[in-house]
Design a binder for this molecule. Structure first.
Ligand code: HEC
Ligand code: HEC
Ligand code: HEC
Length: 341
């Protein structure tokens, strides 16, 4: 990545200087794909899209007209290098990344231009499509939303008489997402007033059904979809908002997998063979890595749980053990588990 960037930097820098003034003058109106192409792309792909040398053509190139535009968008956002076949010829140069230099609107405009110029006649690319590709967590969130939430809240987020809207809902787009995260994690029922209408249904709990990463993704999606424009939600925020629930999952993992040896109340067992986890210094250490390591890899008669429990389950059971029976150490996230090799 760095090497590629260094190679193209002088060229890109030169092109940017030439084009910056023009782009800035245009920024009040919709960006013009043709102008962007001339400034940023034509040096390699040629003004008529015919390419040449190490640069593939964008005219008369079947990839450009693809109905699924994700690959094209990712190419322009992130760049690409490595063998690519176009019209029977193999190219292997480096296409620079544009994600830090072109906005979603500009990338949509230049790709729309490329897809409708010369001999190309493919559909336009929207800034929304670029936004989704730029932020993969939001795109998996969209899939989760479609599968798990849209039946009640509707695909357009507008809800129904029985289910509150998520689009334009002040609780969803508030600057502090913690209450909304808690609703998704724990569910809720009881009167809920949204924009002057009172709902009184039951939102299911997603604990144990969606991982923290999935909840972060779907929460990010609902905060940024439709007309909503709130910031993303991280896995850490979900872990923080969902600690009691994570522990509830952890408690069931503990009962099923650990209690036989360590005791239902963490008191240990086997006349000292199995250590107590209540008031245990490894368990209560501020850095959970040691404890995670023992759970993942086992030690003498302690089984290894790697491969048997998911990272989410290990995080959940570790969080439970660290907060049960008088223990009072902080929660463990999936990332913490992933970080212990
Ligand atoms: C520094 C030269 C350079 C510049 C500038 C450049 N490209 Fe590229 N582009 C390449 C190369 C080289 C490849 C082939 C990469 C490979 O082999 O993986 C490529 C590939 C592509 C592809 C994929 C073609 C296919 O068949 O899948 C697209 C689309 C594309 N460029 C669009 C653009 C757009 C739009 C711009 C301007 C925003 C741009 N390029 C600017 C060099 C460049
Ligand atoms: C079975 C129907 C149903 C499904 C499926 C469902 N919800 Fe809900 N949701 C509700 C109901 C009903 C409420 C209002 C609960 C109340 O009245 O307390 C609600 C409330 C909410 C709220 C709180 C809104 C506010 O104004 O505070 C959020 C956020 C939310 N849902 C997000 C989601 C997400 C994200 C999913 C998918 C992971 C989802 N919902 C799936 C029925 C559902
Ligand atoms: C078959 C019995 C058995 C099961 C089941 C078991 N453990 Fe253990 N565990 C042990 C033994 C024995 C040790 C002590 C290992 C040693 O250091 O010799 C231990 C050690 C530990 C330690 C380190 C304690 C310390 O003081 O170093 C932790 C934490 C732990 N287990 C957590 C768990 C969790 C969480 C589960 C369930 C996912 C679990 N164990 C399931 C037998 C078991």
């Amino acid at each position: 990545m760095t090497r590629r960037f260094v190679l193209v930097l002088p060229l890109v820098a030169a092109l940017s200087v030439v084009s910056a003034a023009h782009l800035r003058a245009d920024s009040a109106t919709a960006p013009d794909g043709k102008t962007i192409f001339a400034a940023k792309c034509a040096a390699c792909h040629r003004a008529d899209g015919s390419g040449g040398g190490p640069y593939p053509p964008l005219a008369a190139n079947a990839d450009i007209g693809a109905s699924d535009t994700a690959g094209l968008i990712l190419t322009v956002l992130n760049g690409r290098s490595g063998p690519i076949q176009v019209n029977g010829k193999t190219y292997g140069g480096a296409m620079p990344a544009w994600k830090d230099q072109l906005s979603n609107d500009e990338i949509a405009a230049v790709l729309t231009y490329v897809r409708s110029s010369w001999s190309n006649h493919a559909a336009a690319v929207s800034a929304d499509q670029v936004a989704v590709a730029r932020n993969p967590i939001a795109s998996s969130g969209g899939e989760i939303y479609g599968a798990k939430c849209a039946a009640c809240h509707q695909a357009n987020g507008q809800g129904t008489g029985a289910y509150p809207p998520l689009r334009g809902n002040p609780h969803v787009v508030g600057s502090d997402p913690s209450e909304m995260i808690a609703t998704i994690v724990n569910g809720r029922s009881g009167p809920l007033a949204v924009n002057g209408t009172t709902y009184n249904g039951r939102m299911p709990t997603w604990k144990g059904q969606l991982s923290n990463a999935d909840i972060a993704a779907v929460a990010t999606y609902v905060r940024s979809a439709w007309t909503n424009t709130a910031s993303g939600v991280t896995e850490q925020q979900v872990a923080a908002a969902g600690t009691p629930v994570l522990s509830a999952v952890g408690a069931s993992v503990y009962a099923a997998k650990c209690a036989a040896c360590h005791g239902a109340s963490g008191q240990g067992g086997g006349r000292g063979t199995f250590p107590a986890l209540a008031h245990n210094t490894v368990v209560n250490a501020s850095d959970a890595a040691g404890m995670i390591g023992v759970i993942e890899h086992g030690r003498s008669m302690m089984p290894s749980w790697k491969g048997q429990l998911s990272a989410a389950d290990i995080a959940a059971v570790a969080t439970f053990v660290r907060s049960a029976w008088g223990n009072s150490a902080g929660p463990v996230t999936e990332q913490d588990v992933g970080a212990v090799k």
